[in-house]
Design a protein around this ligand. Sequence first.
Ligand code: 5RP
Length: 229
Amino acid sequence: MSLLEAKKALGKKAASLVGNGMIVGLGSGSTAECFIASLIDRVQNEGLSIQTVSSSRRSAELAEKGGLTVADINDIPRIDLTVDGADEIDPLKRMIKGGGGAHLREKILASASTELVIIVDESKWVPSVGRGKLPVEVLFYGSPATRMKIEQLGYKGHWRLTSDGSIFITDNGNLIFDVEFDAPPHLPEQVNEDLIHIPGVLETGFFFNLAGRVFTGYADGRVELSKGK
Ligand code: 5RP
């Protein structure tokens, strides 16, 4: 079984948690997209009646194309259940997100939700977050000065580019500064504190104390509820 099959199994499991009448937050990324596909399937074939809100333009487009109702987040103060993927998750359920550059909106949905359900394939589990890069959304206005402040604190990194080499712009019209660690930081919470107070830093990709149930998908097709490892 392939990674894609594992993601599809995760999407199906997460879609089975959605009940009639719920307001559902849609995450972003390839695993969240498998959830959206399964949700569309349930709405089309089981008559499930729900409203959704989306963390990205791309997820909204997929959902609308499949016939889901995507409400304006500014009309929705509270979400029942949000389902999203992650780039890294550790045994304390600390996560790094933002591989797709959607972590600011994803965090808004997560914190407005009664539960954030995370779906990850087994490769996303790490002993401690910070194996890879940490996406930081930076306001376009004054971004060189903001970058200098980040670097003065000792954090190295680069502006994210698209595959054609142009600067990556988020759905919010901002930049992503991808911080690179030599090794996972001992205190990710301190790194977050350092960065989040710099004017112009809008959000880091660290997600602490937000994950509810976490489902892990394996290459053999199994999906397990993970308590943390
Ligand atoms: C997007 C995200 C995604 O959830 C994260 O990058 C995981 O993506 P994928 O499921 O494609 O591995 O945070 O901003």
